[in-house]
Design a protein around this ligand. Sequence first.
Ligand SMILES: Cc1ncc(COP(=O)(O)O)c(C=O)c1O
Length: 420
Amino acid sequence: MIEQLALDGGPRAVEEKLPTFLESAGRSFGVEEEGLVLEALRNGCLSRNGGTMVLRFEQEFAQALGVPHAVACSSGTASIHLAVAALNLEPGDEVIVPPITDIGTVLPVLWQNAVPVFADVDPRTMCLDPADVAGRISGRTRAVIAVHLAGQPCDMDALVKICKERSLVLIEDCSQSYWAEHEGRLAGTIGDMACFSLQQSKHMTCGEGGILVTPREDYARRARLFTDKAWPRETKSLGSCRFLFLAQNYRMSELAGAVALAQLAKVRDTVARRRASAERLTALLAEVPGVMPPHVPSATLHSYWLYMLRVNEAEAGVTARRFGEALIAEGVPAWVEYIIDPLYLSPIFAESQTYGASGYPLLQFGRQNYQRGLCPNAEAALKSTIAIWWNENYTEAHVHQISDAIRKVGSHFSLAGAKP
Ligand SMILES: Cc1ncc(COP(=O)(O)O)c(C=O)c1O
């Protein structure tokens, strides 16, 4: 029997509202955050220069990952900017980036007047394809930013090898992959620098914030200066102010630092709960026609910021877009496509919308055509993937309802033989 879809006026498979990251039911704030925020207020200094919370957060974050240095800042985008700025690139230098990620991965490259070069992805994980990265290296390439998308670590062995051989700096973007693992190593501990976002939707959050970690003292020093107008505070007296290079004010406030510090103590548990419930869904989906769970290579542990459901259109009898719309109508919190198009099709790149009419540095130094066809795997993968919001507070019952919804939509379209 074909069940009537909620999209067509039938009953929803997910009856209750699932917890989301936008409300306390979907977050883990408690007395720990309250206590530290109050302590920060009572300390009387809400700036990191003079306070203790941001410093403690940096020290404990570095220790938790087992990396020597951490520098907190005001957003995940800022943390990528610290990493790129730490390299002191020349205008026109190139940085290889994936086309499927948040734009915050890529903007800082342009702000440093360097050129993003897009490499294609592995169609199963949507993470950078190391072979394609190798093929896009030029004499001007200086770094690669590897984004562990949705919680899935990249093929780090291959990327480390390529970067070592070609003397490139490897930056990990871990904004979506707290405590994910590759070959038993935590994401963020493998490359030369790693960046994290603490924005509201992430595994741990202080509303807005970011942090960079690195084993390299020189990168850490330059990154720290970059958060603070390149003002070497150790010189102490205001009279001795000398600003060492062009930089930003990306300082994290003590209130954000207090919340981040409390959240750090909870992040392992958050990831474990997300992983357990996502793996439960994967098991429940084993025989649903036309859909595939996220591909998780055996060397890796996923941390499920999103649950990337892949749709095989031929088997499902419908496009992923239509399937996703039907799922959303059933009450599953999802995005039909994670991003509509690869980033290079955004006007920033496709129309060189950078500084005034100059198109700088793309028109002067760029060598890629930011047009459809540049990264075919990324384009196809985006069209066949539905991003389901994942949450550590999903119960067993919630996971069953999500699975019921996917099964209902899958059966409906395969039985109806519906066409897009
Ligand atoms: C992979 C990735 N990189 C960078 C960012 C930028 O972080 P923020 O929004 O905190 O600036 C995000 C945020 O969504 C992200 O998911």
